[in-house]
Design a protein around this ligand. Structure first.
Ligand SMILES: [Zn+2]
Length: 250
C-alpha cells in the first residue's frame, strides 16, 4: 500500500516542548507528512458553554484545500465534550493537546508520541472507512471503552492515554475488525511494527523499571560497584607493574 499523505498544520499557540519537526520527519511506510508546516491563527474566541471550540468553529479556521489525502490540525484549546481528537468535514481532523500535554509531562512521555499515536490511528480510520475521515457523530464506531494500550482505546478518562503513548499497539480485536473492513493485513502489521518505536526515552524506561524492581536494582547496582572496583584495582596493578618494569630497566 502506498503511504497515506497527511497535511499537518497547527492552529494557535503550541506548547514550547512540542518538537513537531520530529513528527514531520518520522519514518513510516504507512503515512507520509506532506506540504510545508503551516500555522493558522486562532483569531476567534471559544463558542462553547465551557470555553471550548466547536467543530464548526475549528472547521472555519482550517483550509479546505490541501496537499494530503486528509488534514490534521493540532491545537492547544479544548474541543467539544473535552475530546482530544475530533473528526471534521472535508477529510479533516483536529487534535487538542489541552490537558494531554500535562498528562504526557507527568508520565515523562514526549508530547510527540501522543501526536504520532493519533496520526497512526487517523491513517487506519481513513483506510477502514474507504479512504475518507468520517465526521465525529457519524455512526462510525471503531473504539473500545476498555484501555488496552491500543490505538483505538476510547480514553474517556484522558490520563488513560498514557497506556497508548509508550509502545502502543493495535489489539487483536481491532486488527480483526480492520481486516474485515478491507484494510490489508500487511498495513496493520507494518503499523504494529512501527508503533514499537513510539517509546519514552531510555532513561525514563530504566527509571520505571527501577521503580517496579527496587530490590533487584539494588542487587545489580551492588554487583556493578564490585565489578568496577575489581576492574579499577586490576588497571592500577597493571600500571604499577609497567612503571616498576620501566624504572628497573633504566
Ligand atoms: Zn483495540
Amino acid at each position: 500500500m502506498a503511504p497515506v499523505k497527511i497535511s499537518l498544520v497547527t492552529v494557535g499557540h503550541m506548547p514550547r516542548d512540542l518538537k513537531l519537526a520530529a513528527v514531520r520527519s518520522w519514518r513510516s511506510s504507512v503515512f507520509q507528512i506532506v506540504g510545508t508546516a503551516e500555522s493558522y491563527a486562532l483569531n476567534r474566541d471559544a463558542d462553547g458553554p465551557d470555553w471550548e471550540y466547536s467543530d464548526q468553529a475549528i472547521e472555519e479556521l482550517l483550509p479546505t484545500q490541501f496537499e494530503g489525502d486528509f488534514l490534521i490540525a493540532i491545537t492547544n484549546v479544548p474541543l467539544t465534550d473535552n475530546y482530544y481528537a475530533r473528526r471534521l468535514n472535508g477529510n479533516r481532523g483536529v487534535v487538542s493537546l489541552n490537558e494531554v500535554t500535562d498528562i504526557m509531562r507527568a508520565a515523562n512521555i514526549p508530547i510527540e508520541n501522543a501526536v504520532l499515536r493519533l496520526l497512526y490511528a487517523a491513517t487506519l480510520v481513513y483506510k477502514r472507512f474507504g479512504n475518507r475521515i468520517p465526521r465525529t457523530g457519524e455512526n462510525a464506531p471503531y473504539t473500545h471503552d476498555e484501555t488496552r494500550g491500543c490505538l483505538f482505546d476510547m480514553n474517556a478518562y484522558k490520563p488513560d492515554l498514557v497506556a497508548s503513548c509508550d509502545g502502543p499497539t493495535v489489539c487483536s480485536d481491532c486488527a480483526a475488525q480492520l481486516r474485515n473492513q478491507r484494510v490489508p493485513l500487511e498495513t496493520v502489521e507494518a503499523v504494529r511494527q512501527e508503533l514499537k518505536r513510539v517509546r519514552k526515552p531510555l532513561y525514563y524506561r530504566l527509571a520505571d523499571w527501577i521503580r517496579v524492581h527496587p530490590i533487584l536494582a539494588l542487587i545489580i547496582s551492588g554487583i556493578v560497584a564490585v565489578l568496577l572496583g575489581t576492574i579499577g584495582s586490576l588497571i592500577a596493578s597493571y600500571i604499577y607493574a609497567a612503571l616498576t618494569a620501566s624504572s628497573s630497566d633504566s
